[in-house]
Design a protein around this ligand. Structure first.
Ligand SMILES: *[C@@H]1O[C@H](CO)[C@@H](O)[C@H](O)[C@H]1NC(C)=O
Ligand SMILES: *[C@@H]1O[C@H](CO)[C@@H](O)[C@H](O)[C@H]1NC(C)=O
Length: 272
């Protein structure tokens, strides 16, 4: 959306400043002549230069591989839209409250001097160019088939911009409108309960989004809180921290406004 807005502003700007009146006239004549069935002056319109457009060739939304059939593609499109919505809300919460937010202090540390780093990562999830990356539904590395309980995986050294989504995801992951329902709590339930948190994790593995900087420095909810207290510089580039913050503020601001469903940690094993 921001990219589109920028591009609209950009084109608007060139339209005002760069196009001389004669060029504008050329455009109108070529448009009107092209609507006629017989073109009387085709030679005059061939020399019009194409204005530079920085959005040419941009890939604003997450690509889905042809191996996903129409049924899977529809679910994955919605799931990726929810991932963007989750990251966009995390960004907006930080923009609204900055370091005064108790959630910012909880997840990124009370000593956090600037919110720019987490803001940057959420912004990249929302609006960075997605060219070259893809989500696929076949099983090229045979991990869906051979690894028990895997719902998807980053292809790593085999294809670093690619993510495989296994069949299990399509039956297991929940939609964001169930946040705080069905017994879910942020601290007590698996982080990948939702498509949006699960795919936030997966896109943060892809260098196109994470620039190879976001990594895993904390394992679970308690580890994330400990990291914020001991090494906040790493919280800002920790994949699980970015996911927990996003779902906790989504719960508190949107799913159950002013109440949330942070809950308490439970010892439970997370499946991949
Ligand atoms: C797509 O694949 C899924 C999983 O294999 C299957 O259940 C579904 O029927 C397929 N949809 C179409 C339109 O072929
Ligand atoms: C990469 O491919 C090899 C060979 O197919 C496979 O054994 C390995 O698990 C794959 N790596 C990942 C991260 O899936």
């Amino acid at each position: 959306m921001q990219l589109q807005l920028l591009s609209a502003l950009f084109l608007f700007g060139t339209g005002i400043q760069a196009l001389p009146a004669s060029a504008a006239q050329d455009q109108t004549t070529s448009i009107s002549s092209s609507t006629c069935t017989t073109s009387s002056s085709s030679s005059s319109s061939t020399a019009t230069p194409t204005p530079y457009d920085f959005t040419a060739g941009a890939v604003p939304s997450y690509p889905i591989h042809p191996s996903c059939n129409s049924t899977l593609r529809r679910q994955l499109e919605r799931a990726l839209d929810e991932t963007v919505a989750l990251a966009a809300h995390a960004r907006d919460h930080i923009l609204r409250w900055g370091v005064d937010s108790p959630f910012v202090q909880k997840y990124f540390g009370v000593l956090l001097a600037s919110t720019a780093a987490p803001l940057g990562w959420y912004s990249r999830v929302v609006a960075a160019d997605k060219g070259g990356m893809t989500f696929r539904c076949d099983d090229p590395d045979r991990n869906c088939e051979t690894q028990d309980g895997w719902a998807g995986h980053w292809r790593g050294e085999n294809a670093t911009q690619e993510t495989v989504i296994c069949p299990l995801s399509f039956s297991k992951r929940r939609w964001l409108d169930s946040v705080c329902g069905l017994g879910y709590t942020v601290a007590g339930s698996p982080l990948n309960t939702f498509w949006a948190t699960d795919l936030l994790h997966r896109v943060l593995h892809v260098p196109r989004i994470s620039e190879g900087v976001v990594e895993h420095y904390a394992e679970d909810y308690e580890g994330v809180l400990e990291l914020a207290a001991t090494d906040p510089a790493r919280s800002a580039i920790d994949s699980n921290t970015l996911q927990y913050f996003a779902i906790d503020v989504y719960a508190y601001d949107i799913a159950a406004p002013g109440v949330g469903c942070t809950g308490k940690p439970e010892k439970s094993e997370e499946s991949d």
